[in-house]
Design a protein around this ligand. Structure first.
Ligand code: T5A
Length: 226
C-alpha cells in the first residue's frame, strides 16, 4: 500500500454514474469479509470540508471564477485528508471515497480551463502524499448519467446543483477526460463500464478491487480459545 496500513480506493465519473451506489455495495461486501471500512466523499467528508461543500455546490463561488472554486475544493480536500483519510489509513482502514483529485483535474482542469500547472501544484500540496491505491472510473454516457441524477433528484426533492446544471456537451467532455485519465495512468485507474445493471457493475468493481486489496488480518486465537 502507498500509505499507512490501510487501502485507499476512490470512485470517479460523471454525474449519476453510480458512484454512491457502488461504494455502498462494496462497503457491505468488504465489511462482511472482515475489513474495517470508512465511506466518505468529496467535497466534504470532514467537518471543515462539509462546511465548504454547500458554498461550492450551491454555486455561490461560481461568480468568483474557476481559480477560486479550485482553491475551495483544495481547502476542503486538505481538511478531509488530514482530519479523516490519513488517520484512517494509518489504522488499517479501507477508505472508500466518492471523488478525489481526479474530479478537480477534470472539472476545474479540463472543462474549467484552469492552467495545468496550477492544478498540479495545488494537488501536490493538498494531498501531501496521500494518493489512491486504486481509482475506479465509472463510465456512463453523459446523457444517461444526467437522466439518472435527475430522476434521483426529483425523488429526493433536491434540484440540480451548480455542476449538474451545465450543458450535456460539457458533461460529455468530462466523460472523455476521465477516459483519457484511465489511459494515461493505467496502473492506478481502472475504467469500469457503468451502463450495466447495478449487480453487473458491482462484480466488475469487486474484481478490480480484489487485485489490490489483501485479505483482512484475522487476529490469532488465544491458546485458551483453541
Ligand atoms: N466536483 C467535485 C468538482 O467540480 N471538483 C472536485 O474536486 C470535486 C471533488 C459533487 C459535484 O462537485 C463536483 C463534481 C460534482 O458535480 P455530488 O452531489 O457529490 O456533487 O454529486 P456526484 O458525485 O456527481 O454524485 P451523484 O449522486 O450525482 O452520482 P453518483 O453517486 O455517481 O450516482 P448514484 O449512485 O447516486 O446513482 C444515481 C441514480 O442512478 C441510479 C441510482 O439508484 C440513483 O437513483 N443508479 C443506476 N440506475 C441504473 N443502473 C445502474 N447501474 C445504476 N447505478 C445507480
Amino acid at each position: 500500500m502507498s500509505q499507512g496500513k490501510g487501502c485507499f480506493i476512490t470512485f470517479e465519473g460523471g454525474e449519476g454514474a453510480g458512484k454512491s451506489t457502488q461504494i455502498n455495495r462494496l462497503a457491505d461486501v468488504l465489511r462482511r469479509r472482515g475489513h474495517d471500512v470508512l465511506v466518505t466523499r468529496e467535497p466534504g467528508g470532514s467537518q471543515g470540508a462539509e462546511a465548504v461543500r454547500h458554498i461550492l455546490l450551491s454555486g455561490q463561488a461560481e461568480e468568483f471564477g474557476v481559480r477560486m472554486e479550485a482553491t475551495l475544493f483544495a481547502a476542503a480536500r486538505s481538511d478531509h485528508v488530514e482530519q479523516v483519510i490519513r488517520p484512517a489509513l494509518a489504522e488499517g482502514t479501507v477508505v472508500l471515497c466518492d471523488r478525489y483529485v481526479d474530479s478537480t483535474r477534470v472539472y476545474q482542469g479540463v472543462t474549467g480551463n484552469l492552467e495545468p500547472g496550477f492544478v498540479r501544484n495545488l494537488e501536490r500540496v493538498v494531498v501531501n502524499g496521500v494518493m489512491p491505491d486504486i481509482t475506479l472510473i465509472l463510465d456512463v454516457p453523459a446523457e444517461s448519467g444526467l437522466t439518472r441524477a435527475r430522476k434521483r433528484g426529483s425523488s429526493d426533492s433536491a434540484g440540480p446543483d451548480r455542476f449538474e446544471k451545465e450543458e450535456v456537451a460539457t458533461h460529455e467532455m468530462r466523460r472523455q477526460a476521465f477516459r483519457d485519465l484511465a489511459q494515461s495512468e493505467p496502473k492506478r485507474c481502472k475504467l469500469i463500464d457503468g451502463t450495466g445493471s447495478p449487480d453487473a457493475v458491482a462484480l466488475a468493481v469487486l474484481d478490480a478491487v480484489d487485485s489490490v486489496l489483501p485479505e483482512p488480518v484475522v487476529p490469532e486465537k488465544s491458546a485458551k480459545g483453541r
